[in-house]
Ligand binder design. Structure first.
Ligand SMILES: Nc1nc2c(ncn2[C@@H]2O[C@H](COP(=O)(O)OP(=O)(O)OP(=O)(O)O)[C@@H](O)[C@H]2O)c(=O)[nH]1
Ligand SMILES: [Mg+2]
Length: 329
């Protein structure tokens, strides 16, 4: 499962109540007030973490709560301060208020280890020790702890991967991701095999790596929510580089040139800024008849765009593709 958008309820802890208590000691008949303060409630804190890659952890229980502070006690003892509740989220998590969409983001956790206090815990209440005065030597006043902040939020992942594989169903996107990474998306000869984006890590050498998302197939009309529609166009907005994978053999009777044109048009109609993203073409299924001829037609039609011919099934052209991918990032 891949969760990249979820509504969450968060609640910080409330402060503990202040205590009402009087000193009792042998030979001290009327000890003064000694009720201590309540402890503070825990904060709800978000931290960006490079080891977390999606929001699935919140799917079954989209609730984050920090504990309340302890109540104050006699002998001027403070209540226990509650620990903060720390939630690790993927880098690129953007938080919005959930109620009145669309609105400005509350925070964009763009850097590794960046932290943000989403809900602040309440301060502890005051014990009666604070209320002693010359006129009132035995005060029974105290204050309750403050309530912790709480709210409903929308968590959304801005980037899911460095590059996204965009193409018609059956173009061979999943086959390709299996060849370049350890990810294991299902491959099958029928459309819409992939239903959720799957992210794989591609290693170029010892130090350099990139994440690539296998995005479910798009068809004409996707911007009007036809096929698997909008959801998947939304995933495309979260990839820095777009790799258009085309069945260059035209094995489903479509023309590869038209495939690319249609896909470009769909992303443009969905969000015109997408067409400004860096992109290149992977001409897949080079092992099938007609592929060579179609490849030269494609090259003539898109002279300025890099086109990498491969056969994902046979594992041919994969090194060139990885090189091109490394360059484009
Ligand atoms: N001949 C040949 N067949 C391929 C090649 N790459 C993929 N295929 C086949 O094409 C079919 C579809 O491959 P997938 O990788 O599932 O395609 P997809 O683009 O992920 O499809 P969706 O998930 O439906 O969008 C499968 O039967 C693959 O075996 C290739 O390079 N050559
Ligand atoms: Mg697939």
């Amino acid at each position: 499962m891949f969760v990249d958008r979820i509504k969450v309820f968060a609640q910080a802890g409330s402060g503990g109540r202040g205590a009402v208590s009087f000193r009792r000691e042998k030979f001290v008949p009327k000890g003064g007030p000694d009720g201590g303060d309540g402890g503070r409630g825990g904060d709800v804190i978000l931290r960006a973490d490079s080891h977390v890659d999606n929001l699935t952890g919140l799917f079954y229980e989209p609730i984050i709560k920090a504990k309340n502070g302890g109540h104050g006690m006699g002998k001027k003892m403070y209540g226990r301060a509650a620990p903060n509740k720390l939630l690790r989220v993927p880098i690129g998590t953007v938080v919005y208020p959930a109620d009145n969409e669309p609105s400005e983001p509350i925070v964009d956790l763009a850097k590794d280890e960046q932290e943000f206090v989403l809900c602040k815990g309440g301060a502890g209440g005051k014990g009666n020790v604070h209320f002693k005065s010359s006129r009132n030597r035995a005060p029974r006043q105290y204050t309750e702890g403050e309530e912790g902040e709480q709210g409903h939020f929308l968590f959304e992942l801005r980037t899911i991967a460095d590059a996204g594989l965009v193409g018609y169903p059956n173009a061979g996107k999943s086959t390709l991701l299996r060849k370049i990474s350890a990810a294991r998306p299902k491959v099958a000869p029928y459309p819409f095999t992939t239903l959720h984006p799957i992210v794989g890590v591609v290693a170029f050498d010892e130090y350099r790596r990139a994440t690539v998302a296998d995005i479910p197939g798009l068809i004409e009309g996707a911007h009007k929510n036809i096929g698997l529609g909008h959801d998947f166009l939304r995933h495309i907005t979260r990839c820095r580089v777009l790799i258009f994978v085309v069945d260059v053999a035209g094995s489903e009777e479509r023309s590869p040139v038209e495939d690319i044109q249609t896909l470009r048009k769909e992303i443009d109609l969905y969000d015109a800024t997408l067409t400004k993203r860096p992109w290149f073409i992977v001409a897949n299924k080079m092992d099938l008849p007609n592929a060579d001829e179609n490849l030269s037609i494609l090259r003539k039609r898109f002279p300025k765009i890099d086109i990498v011919p491969i056969s994902a099934a046979k594992g041919e052209g994969i090194d060139e593709l990885k090189k091109k991918l490394a360059e484009s990032l």
